[in-house]
Design a binder for this molecule. Structure first.
Ligand code: ADP
Ligand code: ZN
Length: 731
């Protein structure tokens, strides 16, 4: 790429990478007036017009007479060299076709459209003739924004009102309507605004991060700090340093539900709200963010993993918050881990990365041990808050009637909290009412027709839901197998059933259930979380959703209903996952003055992982885990890839799987081993049968090249699909 010219004259032969699934860059002639290397262009392809990027000089191996001309250049600024390098390296690492990589980098609608006008609303001087709840909410939303304006749709969504409420307020002059150009810059962030007085530890940690940014160039720091130690405050200081130097910052969060609370904190720290990028952002706003990031009109972006592919003008810092979180791994389409891609992009850019977590991934811990990452620790909670005490409840010794999951010991602890007016959290990582529905007449368990999974009863929805494919059907009254009426029974607990038990045990208590499926919108969920934080519930029942980041000051007790849940199965990462999840959940307790307690219900209190969770000897736990992984030769001490084959025809997947396993020459040449084919962790999804092969290689082996050579000779016939998963989440 380095030797290619950066500008092509009209009719020069150029190579254009398009978003169409073709296996090569296509030759075109440069458009009238020429174009730059990296230009976003529209090109003819058969009868269609498609999006592409000028990737280099043409190859000249097409019939010259048939080569067509680029139709037009879409954006004023071309894609930067750094971004093209990033897409190529990320594509090569994940073995993803470049067309798919380019799609990730062009996920803004209307590329090439001129900036158009839109109506926005701000507070006017009039007073409403009549005050209603809806009207008050609209006014409150705009007041909170302090002078910023919103489109009708954003305002209606944000305030939870219909557009007619807004129109009514405009008529009365309470709101003012204005035309503005779309794609306006984001309000400026002031690095000197609203900084907190840091504790000595926090100050030292922030100074280390600031020094890294001041030094310039690439570097990654693992910021490890117990929950509530002020990691966020500390990395916002790194953001401040970066912004102060005129460079942009990106903060990745694992969960959209955390964005609102985070935006408020950023506003308090920098005096204005940054840009947002995730699936909840409107299309027009996305295009604005995409353009402003490229032009420097957005200093900071808060986003989901796909924000890594935004065309930043001068990105100086990427923060990956809760870096251990599994949701950073994209499991559909392009299979990539945003944490690893953040490090790759920063190394190409010469930018810094901060990986923040209370319970880092073993990968990051090992990289810090090996000296590849810098490591900064925060060991104490901020202010009077101390870490919660942790104890187990041995379920073998507790007397529990059938279909009850709250032990007498846990019940007593909750009662004590209720008496003191404190909150308790009961944690169960299972959505729905019951994981299994069985017929008491014939023993049949209701399964999904399309997947190898049981249907989960969701009583709140009055439906059965498949958690694999999302298929739902009304809750039947008769067994679908033997047709017996009224003999279907729930088996095992989900959060809805636990909420029922809780309400029965504590009839006076206000019980709130937090599970992603119980909320129609992100706003409803946010309101519920805010209400709980303000004391609007006594007992919170929650899934994984509550383990992440939320701050409930009145919460002093965490009860884990089934600490053994994650330890079943043969996954080598199970220990790490359980350790992280349990420490994370326990960390929700006692985040203010009152001391917290975490109780873990378990049938194996002597299990080494449970013991490590209790003792809090994290370094010891990691050392032991590392030794085990090292002995097994698996990540982070060896390399792995999963090959997932799927088809509607079960025979086809096994035939191909067996053929691959037999012809493993390219793998053997690099000393790699192949295991399988075996049914994938979920053997059938959406009617497609899935098998998996696992490939294991030494740390330094050229795995990607060998995989490509191995797979190339096998054409995919009919319904067969093959997906390569580098660094799989489970092995
Ligand atoms: P973490 O990200 O490690 O969980 P946070 O940064 O969210 O920790 O801090 C926990 C709480 O303590 C937050 O409410 C935060 O605003 C507060 N806090 C942390 N450090 C300070 C400080 N130096 N001054 C004032 N408040 C602080
Ligand atoms: Zn299904």
């Amino acid at each position: 790429m380095d030797n290619s010219p950066s500008h092509f004259a009209e009719n020069d032969l150029i190579g254009v990478l398009t978003t169409q699934p073709l296996d090569r860059v296509l030759d075109y002639r440069a458009p009238e007036g020429g174009c730059f290397l990296g230009a976003f262009v529209e090109v003819p392809l058969g009868p269609r017009k498609v999006l592409g990027v000028v990737w280099g000089p043409g190859r000249g191996d097409f019939d010259a007479a048939k080569i067509r001309q680029v139709l037009r250049v879409l954006e004023a600024a071309p894609m930067r060299d750094e971004m093209r390098t990033f897409l190529e390296r990320a594509g090569a690492y994940t073995l993803t076709p470049m067309s798919a990589m380019l799609r990730l980098a062009t996920r803004a609608p209307g590329l090439g459209d001129p900036p158009s006008m839109r109506k926005v609303y701000r507070l006017g001087t009039g007073r409403p003739d009549r005050e209603t709840d809806a009207r008050r909410r609209v006014i409150a939303v705009l007041q909170q924004l302090g002078g910023l304006s919103l489109t009708q749709r954003e305002l209606a969504e944000e305030a939870g009102v219909t557009p007619s409420v807004i129109k009514g307020l405009v008529k009365q002059g309470v709101l003012q309507e204005e035309d503005t150009a779309r794609d306006t810059p984001f309000p400026g962030l002031d690095p000197g605004y609203g900084g907190k007085d840091l504790t000595e530890d926090q100050h030292d940690a922030a100074a280390r991060l600031r020094a890294g940014i001041a030094a310039g160039g690439y570097g990654t720091t693992l910021l490890k700090g117990v929950t509530g130690s002020g990691k966020t405050e500390v990395y916002l200081e790194a953001v401040a340093e970066c912004l102060g130097r005129g460079r942009q910052a990106l903060v990745l969060l694992p969960e959209i539900a955390l964005t609102a609370e985070f935006l408020t904190r950023v506003q308090a720290r920098f005096g204005a709200r940054p840009a947002e990028w995730h699936s909840g952002v409107t299309m027009t706003e996305r295009r604005r963010v995409w353009r402003m990031v490229g032009q420097g009109g957005a200093q900071m972006v808060i986003g989901a993993r796909s924000a890594l592919f935004l065309p930043f003008r001068d990105l100086g810092l990427i923060v990956v918050d809760e870096e251990h979180d599994t949701s950073y791994k994209q499991e559909e389409g392009v299979l990539y881990n945003a944490r690893d891609m953040a490090v790759l992009r920063a190394s190409i850019l010469g930018a810094r990365v901060v990986l923040a977590s209370a319970t880092p991934s073993l990968e990051s811990w090992a990289n810090a041990e090996a000296g590849k990452y810098d490591r900064v620790d925060l060991t104490a909670r901020f202010g009077p808050a101390v870490l919660p005490e942790m104890r187990t409840i041995d379920m073998r010794a507790e007397k529990l009637p059938a279909a009850r999951w709250i032990s007498p010991t846990l019940q007593a602890a909750v009662t004590a909290r209720l008496e003191k007016g404190e909150q308790s959290l009961l944690f169960l990582n299972r959505r729905g009412y019951a994981p299994v529905t069985v017929c008491r007449a014939c023993g049949h368990q209701i399964g999904c027709d399309h997947c190898d999974a049981r249907m989960v009863e969701h009583r709140f929805l009055k439906r059965l839901v498949c958690h694999q494919c999302g298929e739902t059907r009304p809750m039947p009254t008769a067994c679908p197998h033997c047709q017996a009426e009224d003999r279907l029974a729930p088996v095992g607990p989900g959060v809805e059933r636990l909420a029922e038990e809780t309400q029965a045990l504590f009839p006076e208590a206000r019980v709130a259930t937090l599970s992603s499926d119980l909320f129609g919108s992100a706003r409803a969920l946010r309101e519920q979380i805010e209400a709980i934080a303000a004391g609007g519930a006594d007992i919170i029942i929650g899934t994984q959703l509550v383990a992440k980041g939320h701050n409930f000051p009145l919460l002093t007790l965490v009860g884990v209903i089934d600490a053994d849940l994650g330890l079943q199965g043969s996954d080598l990462r199970a220990a790490e996952r359980t350790f992280q999840l349990m420490r994370q959940v326990a960390g929700r307790a006692g985040r203010s003055e009152r001391k917290g307690l975490a109780l873990l219900q378990t049938c194996q209190p002597d299990h080494p992982v449970i013991r490590a969770i209790l003792s809090g000897d994290e370094e010891g736990f990691w050392q032991a885990e590392a030794a085990e992984r090292q002995a097994a030769g698996v990540p982070p001490y060896g390399r792995m890839a999963g090959i997932i084959l799927s088809s509607t025809e079960v025979q086809d997947v096994f035939d191909l799987g067996n053929a691959l396993a037999r012809h493993d020459g390219p793998l053997r040449r690099i000393g790699a081993q192949v295991f399988g084919p075996a049914p994938a962790p979920i053997a059938r999804v959406r009617g497609r049968h899935r098998v998996r092969l696992l490939v294991k290689a030494d740390k330094g082996a050229p795995l990607q090249q060998a995989l490509a050579d191995w797979i190339r000779p096998f054409p995919l016939k009919g319904q067969l699909r093959l997906a390569i998963d580098i660094d799989p989440q489970s092995f």
